[in-house]
Write a protein that binds this ligand. Structure first.
Ligand code: SAM
Ligand code: SF4
Ligand code: SF4
Length: 341
């Protein structure tokens, strides 16, 4: 018997759930949590408002019942959340989950922690690293955090068996584009896959400008001039990164062209904020509150009906509209540090 697939208005199934575990972070990347707005007086969510591990697990189980196969934990900085390995163990125990991954700045990734996460059932890790030049990276994270410590976190992840590791670099023209080729060069010849991400207009606080976006095409050209690359087939439908390999066998890189070549047509991702709001698009201005429903005692079938209704009504395709109309004006977009990447 064929499974009834839940689809949205654009016939997209629900396959991925990104779970933000906290809105806090120990970095202040200017494009995500600029210091001027996320300073000492910023009011982060109180602990009581965050979903508990039990609540996250219950929601994840319901989402898996609706077709979700991949879970990604993010934030803010997810490694700030205590006992993360416990949560991973709980999520790994859900029947039907095929993949659990984590997006992190790796600043807190000791060998011990990496091993505990792996043992609990974490399959993969993505590390954000916006430059290999120390001065550039320190300026970008705006807390003076050194590259060497992130590389140590990457080594710890590798030693724990979380390899191949994906390394995300958000490219901002005039800020870190001089570091594209050195970054590629550093990880060439390793099993790790560097992915260059176009700087996006998420949130309202980063002062995004189109002229700061460097299209992936240009990134590929720069790398190709140094070490020739050729495109690879996508691993699966809906893969967000375009894959390339070095012709000489030096490994693989990826391009995430959210601005120049949006991929809304295949977007099967839902996002859950740390306080339990569901967003059907990274650029949504409003979420659907699940936490209050949980805490008011809703049973599974009520929650499932609520979630199905949300997904069936979904018609988001912000990035496609942005490109066609140059700019979509909406001043109430949600911040990346709140919703997770
Ligand atoms: N703190 C973790 C980290 O940095 O990996 C997880 C959360 S962070 C919001 C997730 C990803 O979103 C990071 O790779 C970050 O570089 C990316 N990101 C944040 N703001 C972005 C923007 N405006 N454009 C593109 N990527 C962005
Ligand atoms: Fe923190 Fe990640 Fe945002 Fe940087 S991108 S401020 S590390 S949440
Ligand atoms: Fe998905 Fe929204 Fe991004 Fe399009 S803009 S790919 S719908 S999250």
């Amino acid at each position: 018997m064929q499974e009834d697939v839940l689809t949205d208005q654009l016939n997209r199934p629900l396959r991925d759930l990104r779970i933000s575990l906290t809105d806090r972070c120990n970095f202040r990347c200017a494009y995500c949590m600029p210091k001027a707005l996320f300073g000492a007086n910023h009011a982060f969510m109180p602990r009581s408002q965050l979903l508990s591990f039990e609540e996250i697990e219950r929601l994840a189980r319901l989402f898996v019942g609706l077709g979700v196969r991949k879970l990604r934990l993010t934030g803010g900085e997810p490694l700030i959340r205590r006992d993360l390995d416990q949560l991973i163990g709980m999520l790994a125990g859900i029947d039907g989950v095929e993949d659990i991954s984590l997006t992190t700045n790796a600043s807190l990734l000791t060998l011990e922690k990496a091993q505990a996460l792996k043992a609990a059932g974490l399959n993969r890790i993505t590390v954000s690293l916006d430059g290999i030049d120390d001065a550039t990276f320190k300026a970008m994270n705006d807390v003076g955090f050194p590259v060497a410590k992130v590389l140590e976190g990457i080594d710890n992840a590798e030693a724990a068996g979380l390899s191949p590791i994906k390394i995300n670099m958000v490219v901002q023209r005039g800020v870190n584009d001089h570091d594209i080729v050195p970054m590629a060069g550093h990880f060439r010849g390793t099993p790790h896959i560097v992915r260059f991400i176009e700087y996006m207009d998420v949130g309202n606080t980063n002062g995004w400008r189109l002229d700061e976006v460097m299209p992936s095409r240009e990134v590929v050209e720069r790398i190709h001039a140094e070490w020739p690359v050729e495109p690879l087939e996508a691993n699966y439908r809906g893969e967000v990164a375009e894959r390339y390999r070095y012709v000489d066998g030096g490994g693989e890189i990826g391009m995430i062209s959210s601005v120049s070549q949006p991929f809304c047509g295949d977007c099967s991702r839902a996002r859950l904020s740390a306080e339990g709001k569901l967003y059907t698009c990274l650029f949504a201005s409003a979420g659907h509150d699940l936490r209050d429903r949980l805490r008011e005692g809703a049973d599974d079938s009520e929650l499932l009906e609520f979630l199905k209704g949300i997904w069936r009504r979904r018609a988001d395709r912000y990035s496609e509209l942005r490109t066609h109309e140059t700019k979509v004006v909406d001043t109430r977009k949600i911040e990346m540090s709140y919703i997770g990447g």
